[in-house]
Design a protein around this ligand. Structure first.
Ligand code: PLP
Length: 400
């Protein structure tokens, strides 16, 4: 009998973190590497939040807090949900955790029994399936292709639901595609869910504030409030506030579910870091106008990278509504050879050979469950993006 529990064999390490590590390793070896594999904004934490954190340290805000988070931070989240999403939650229906990933982990740990089914539209964020598998749930992947703007159709949702379905996960704007659901698309999905009262919905809104061209964000619960009694909102400070390292995420949902999460949390992390909770409350209550300039920069980069990728032979790239990723189709390059005679059989080969030959790190679509695509993050400066796209175009041009 080995020391490692069987459940660890159900999961794999995060493939996106593995690629970022490989890029860092090559850089450390002296290679000229550009990484378009990161999932975090290249902006810094707004000063008013940094100041609040410094003040919290000076005020000795260093004791244990309540397990679900301080009343202050949960009140700030409650106010945010009402102000921005038109949804009324009590502070007891909100739990603060160590990042949005931890909120998802807690909610699934608290709700998934062996063989419970979770519908995951693909391409999906890499952690969803592994967290489901860790708790012996069954992932039901539903492919959503570029021709449908990577969005789940009501018909495909209906076909995926069985008696064992426990959850549907929706992530809009999406990692890895940047696609975001309109209110009418969400309404159509909600109509299907209303016919199946045993199915719960998790809406991962972590990219809520990173949207372009006047796109109006909405989640499925605000679109169809009848789903509130079986819906959970996931959000956090990592993307809009550029605070991924501060590890603050939260979940809002029905009291029994949130209580179960808190029970779990009381026996694991206890709570999120006190200083980060205090600073997050100030952040959520504060002036978010800094986002306008950041989103303007993101949009400029998005437009640039989409236009450049569409110049590459064999590559087709949609213009996404939000987040900071693009997910081009590379079908036209499958079967081609590099200058060294290596055949590109799939998107992993494409990403590997591009890194070897041109030093550009991107993530193959297989990591997100939909091939043959690749994910590029444009959370980097326009200059870096220009150099990266030049190398990608040269690489595509060199294939025969
Ligand atoms: N959900 C999605 C779709 C993400 O892309 C991420 C991070 O990359 C998260 C959740 C979790 O973010 P964090 O744990 O940093 O709050």
């Amino acid at each position: 009998m080995g020391i490692i529990a069987e459940r660890i064999s159900f999961i794999k390490p995060s493939p996106t973190l593995a690629i970022s590590s490989k890029a860092k390793e090559l850089k450390a070896m002296g290679r000229d590497i550009i990484s378009l594999s990161v999932g975090e904004p290249d902006f810094t934490v707004p000063d008013y939040i940094k100041d609040a954190a410094k003040k919290a340290i000076d005020n000795n805000d260093s004791r244990y807090t309540l397990t679900p988070g301080t009343v202050e931070v949960r009140k700030a989240i409650k106010d945010k949900l009402l102000r921005e999403n038109g949804l009324e939650y009590s502070v007891d229906e909100i739990t603060v955790n160590c990042g949005g990933k931890h909120s998802i982990f807690n909610v699934f740990m608290a709700t998934i029994d062996k063989d419970d089914e979770v519908i995951i539209p693909a391409p999906y964020w890499v952690s969803y399936p592994d967290v489901v598998k860790l708790f012996e749930g069954k992932c039901v992947m539903v492919d959503c292709h570029a021709k449908d703007n990577f969005k789940l159709s009501p018909k495909d949702l209906e076909n995926a639901i069985t008696d064992k379905t426990k959850w549907l996960i929706l992530n809009s704007p999406s990692n890895p595609t940047g696609a975001a659901y309109t209110k009418s698309e969400l309404k159509a999905l909600a109509e299907v869910l209303l016919k199946h009262p045993h199915v719960w919905v998790m809406t991962d809104d972590i990219y809520e504030h990173i949207v372009y061209d006047d796109f109006e964000f909405a989640n499925i619960i605000q679109t169809e409030p009848k789903l509130k009694s079986r819906g959970v909102i996931i959000n956090g400070m990592s993307k809009a506030f550029a605070m991924p390292g501060w590890r603050i995420g939260y979940a809002a949902g029905p009291l029994d579910l949130i209580k179960a999460v808190n029970k779990l949390q009381s026996q694991s992390t206890s709570h999120a870091a006190s200083i980060c909770q205090t600073a997050s409350a100030v952040g959520l209550n504060g002036d978010m106008s800094f986002l306008q300039e950041r989103n303007k920069a993101f949009k400029e980069r998005r437009d640039f990278i989409v236009a450049e990728l569409n110049k590459a032979k064999g590559v087709q790239c949609l213009t996404p509504e939000g987040a900071f990723y693009v997910y081009p189709l590379i079908e036209g390059l499958i079967g081609k050879k590099t200058k060294e005679g290596k055949v590109i059989n799939n998107d992993s080969d494409f990403a590997e050979f591009l890194l070897e030959e041109k030093g550009v790190a991107i993530v193959p679509g297989v990591a997100f469950g939909l091939s043959p695509y690749v994910r590029l993050s444009y959370a980097c400066s326009l200059d870096v993006l220009k150099e990266a796209s030049k190398r990608i175009l040269e690489f595509c041009e060199s294939l025969s």
